[in-house]
Design a protein around this ligand. Sequence first.
Ligand code: FAD
Ligand code: NAI
Length: 466
Amino acid sequence: MAQYDVVIIGGGPGGYNAAIRAGQLGLKTAIVEGRGKLGGTCLNVGCMPSKALLHASEMYDLAANGEFAKLGIEVKPTLNLPQMMAQKSESVEALTKGVEFLMKKNKVDYVKGWGRIAGPGKVVVKAEDGSEATLETRNIVIATGSEPTPLPGVSVDNVRIVDSTGALSLPEVPKTMIIVGAGVIGLELGSVWRRLGAEVTVVEYLDRICPGMDDETAKVFQRSLTKQGFKFQLGAKVTGAKASATGAELTFEPVAGGEPQTLSADYVLVAIGRRPYTEGLGLDTVGVVPDKRGVIANNHYKTGAEGVWVIGDVTSGPMLAHKAEDEGVACIELIAGKAGHVNYDIIPGVIYTKPEVATVGKTEEELKAAGIAYKVGKFPFTANSRAKINHENEGQVKVLADAKTDRILGVHAVGPSVGDMIAEYCVAMEFGGSSEDVARTCHPHPTRSEAMRQAAMGVEGWIMQA
Ligand code: FAD
Ligand code: NAI
């Protein structure tokens, strides 16, 4: 029977980064993964394939919608959807192989199969051929991730009524597509199919898109999506959906009351959130009980059971790959007797649409609710020279800073490349930086990053380029 310091169940960004850190710290480590490939949701059916399609569809859209012509490049693009899907799959395959290489490099045993906790210090792994092996270990790290939340009354067949996994591999461009849920998945994957030619209608329960996002920022974003052709049915409660051979019909009624309505489309994507995944995990054998939503609680990644730890989507906090990754590192450092730590106040969120949306820290609504006095600096991309020259001038950057100390409390941006540029504010905030720190830092010209700086200047009222 193999004896380990750490057995990690789940090979996603939480699990594989935990495994790498454990290997680096000299812990004898195994990672158990059931899907046959490492990388979890993120690499296989999440972050990476969605970004592959977002990139390719953006290129197609630029060529097809006249943007290239505006630059003096006359082309008539033809969509080759099988090739678009093939390049996505090839990139994903290369990335999962890369993670497998990193396991070898860090002397981590990759155990293929579904893992089940069978009491303290024991993980039983069932391989594809049905055979079982038992791993003995001092520590178990649960990193089993999440799955799409089902919508009562709507059964996902992944043919006409699809979840995010189905929407990443549609066999054709829908003429019409309904998306249930105006969240991150709906708006990213809706963008992919809209760019390729679908008419997209988003049906959302709340009266706004992207709940939790800074209100003004969500409005700027929604305006831009509407301009691109997105239609929104907000405040709509879905009551059912029926698939046929050629499409699907969705029924909903206004949340505020009123007549039920029916919409028909070639495909329906259900994207109303994700829930923790713990099926068949044997949590009862160590006395771990998830809450009503399936979340396994943690105290510095410790569950209530001795030697059983938990990280990533399956525990509390935002369901993001970089959050899972940081928890993996911190958890292993704690196991190794080091001071592992994650700063939950500074976890950025990005929506990889065009324009991108990037946020970190507190929203205006949160600051108001907490009674914190703040100042605002705002800068529009219309006044950023690089964005203007590239015809990408939609959006704005907003910086929120403490009214007394000038400490940066939140940044909310819509615009080109803001997903990459938000990291500058994450670093500034980790150092307890002020808006003046960013405002007085020399930024290269001409770059979009100057908009990030000008917004910081705006906090003290000395914006120079607008
Ligand atoms: P997962 O990645 O879900 O990995 C868990 C793994 O555990 C899975 O591979 C599963 O097969 C395995 N597993 C489960 N149970 C067992 C068991 N008993 N035995 C063995 N193996 C098991 N996040 C971002 O930060 N940026 C993005 O751009 C982004 N895009 C996304 C797009 C989509 C369409 C989706 C669906 C998600 C996206 N996410 C994104 C979210 C991101 O994928 C997750 O937050 C992240 O994958 C969570 O990592 P994890 O390690 O906790 O779990
Ligand atoms: P989400 O939580 O972002 O959005 C779900 C939306 O559905 C919300 O607007 C919600 O109000 C709405 N909704 C809930 N129930 C509904 C109902 N019955 N009818 C109509 N609308 C309803 O969840 P989503 O988009 O499914 O994404 C899941 C997770 O994956 C997110 O938590 C996100 O963190 C992660 N993700 C991250 C990405 C990124 O970082 N770029 C990309 C994609 C996913």
